[in-house]
Design a protein around this ligand. Structure first.
Ligand SMILES: [Zn+2]
Length: 212
C-alpha cells in the first residue's frame, strides 16, 4: 500500500491525500474475505457453516464502504468555494458522522460542529459535510480527525478562523474494555482568530452549545 502525501506545505497541516490499496486503486475484496475466514476459524467458528458463508464477502463490502475516504481527497470539495464578501462567522453544527477507530476497528459515531470566518471565499454548506465524510471514512482517531478538518479549512480554504468541535461515542469504550455506555469524547481544534481571540472563541462555543 502506498500513501500519497498531499500536505499543503504549511507547517502543522496534517491531512494525507488519497491512499491507494492496489494498482487499480480499488479495495482488494478477496484479500479481506480470506482474512475474515481466518478470524472466524481462529475464534473457533466454522467459516463453512451456512450462516457464515456469505459473511466474508459482506464484511469486505462493508470495509470498502467504511474506508472509502482512503481513496478520496477531501480537498476536491474545498475547491468548489466561491468568492463572497461575507466575513462573519459561518457555523454548521450537528453534522452526523461515523468512523472506525484505528486501534480496535470498532465504530465511533457522533456529531461535528464546524465554524469558520471566511477570507473572501465561502464554501457551499453541503461541502463541509462532504469533507467530514471523506475524513471520517478512514481508520481514524478522533483527535486527528478534528485537526485534519480544521487544517483543511485553514490551509486550503484560507479561512481567517476555524473552530471544529467533535463529540462522539466510541464503541471500543462502550461495548468492550471499560464498558462505559453514555460516555462522550469531545475534541476541539481552534485556528487563526479563534485561537488568538478569546471573545471570538467564546462566541463560536456559545453558538455551538447554545439553545438547541
Ligand atoms: Zn478504540
Amino acid at each position: 500500500m502506498t500513501t500519497t502525501s498531499l500536505a499543503c506545505g504549511d507547517a502543522g497541516c496534517s491531512i494525507d491525500g488519497a491512499a491507494v490499496t492496489d494498482a487499480s486503486g480499488r479495495v482488494d475484496h478477496a484479500r479481506i474475505e480470506r482474512a475474515v475466514r481466518e478470524i472466524l476459524a481462529a475464534v473457533g467458528e466454522d467459516p463453512d457453516r451456512e450462516g457464515l458463508l456469505e459473511t466474508p464477502a459482506r464484511v469486505a463490502r462493508m470495509y470498502a464502504e467504511m474506508f472509502s475516504g482512503l481513496r478520496d481527497d477531501p480537498r476536491q470539495h474545498l475547491g468548489k468555494a466561491f468568492t463572497e464578501k461575507y466575513d462573519e462567522l459561518v457555523l454548521v453544527r450537528d453534522i452526523a458522522f461515523n468512523s472506525i477507530c484505528e486501534h480496535h476497528l470498532l465504530p465511533f459515531m457522533g456529531h461535528a460542529h464546524i465554524g469558520y470566518i471566511p477570507n473572501g471565499r465561502v464554501l457551499g454548506l453541503s461541502k463541509l459535510a462532504r469533507v467530514v465524510e471523506v475524513v471520517s471514512h478512514r481508520p481514524q482517531v478522533q483527535e486527528r480527525m478534528t485537526e485534519q478538518i480544521a487544517d483543511l479549512l485553514e490551509c486550503d480554504l484560507g479561512a481567517k478562523g476555524v473552530a471544529v468541535v467533535l463529540e462522539a461515542s466510541h464503541t471500543c469504550m462502550t461495548i468492550r474494555g471499560v464498558r462505559k455506555p453514555g460516555s462522550l469524547c469531545v475534541t476541539s481544534a481552534m485556528k487563526g482568530l479563534f485561537r488568538n481571540n478569546v471573545s471570538s472563541r467564546a462566541e463560536v462555543m456559545s453558538l455551538i452549545y447554545g439553545k438547541r
